[in-house]
Design a protein around this ligand. Sequence first.
Ligand code: JAH
Length: 235
Amino acid sequence: MRIDVVTIFPAFFDILDVSLLGKARGAGLLDVRIHDLRAHTHDRHRTVDDSPYGGGAGMVMKPEPWGDALDQIVERTDAGIRPTIIFPSPAGEVFTQTTARDLSTREHLVFGCGRYEGIDERVFAYAATRGDVRLISLGDYVLNGGEVAAMAMIEAIGRLVPGVVGNPESLVEESHEDGLLEYPSFTKPATWRGYDVPEVLLSGHHGRVAQWRHEQQIERTRARRPDLLPDTDRD
Ligand code: JAH
C-alpha cells in the first residue's frame, strides 16, 4: 500500500519510523511518504493561509499549494489507479474499524492534513477530480490540525494490511472486530497482591473458557458501550 501525507508539520510523522509500522515499511509492505505543503508555495514567506472571504475568526488554508501538491503526488504515483484522498476533519464521517478495514484494501491513500480553521472548500472539489475524496473524523472533538488524526488512521489501517501484523489471529480476536469489546486478559502469577486470576482460566477446559470470555465480552459491552449492542440486548 502506498500512503502519501501532505502537511505543514512533517516532523509529526517522524515516529512512523520507530513504530510497529516502521518494520512494514522496511519490508516494502507500506510505502509512506511525507510531503511538506510549504514546498508547493512560491512566495518568499512560504504562505499557506489567508483571511476568510466574508470575514470571521482565524485563517483558511489557501488552495494553490494544495492543488500543486495533489497534482504532483497523483501524477508521480498513479498508473491509472485512482487514489483515495482523505481529509481528517471533525466535520467528516466517523472513522470506525469498518472504515479501517475498507481503507486497508486500497492501493493508494493520500492524507491531506489541514490546520487553522480549515482548507478552502474548492480544494475538496478539485481533489475529487483526482481521486475518491473522503472527509473523515476520529470522533466528536476538535484537534489543532489533521496530523494526529491522520497518524491514528494510518496505524489502524496499516496494521490490517496483510503481512504487517505478524499473527493474523490477533487481528480477529480484538475489540470491535466482532462488534463487541475485548474479554479481560490475565497472565502469571495466578495470584498477585491478593488479586486472583478467575478460576475458569486455570481449569484447562477450553469450552468453558470460550463461553466465559464471550459472556465477559457481552457484559462489558453492555456496561461500557451499550450503543454497540442491538436495542433488544441493551437492558
Ligand atoms: C482540526 C483541521 N475528529 C478528529 C479531528 C480531525 C481533524 C481535526 N480535528 C479533529 C482538524 C483543525 C484543522 C483538522
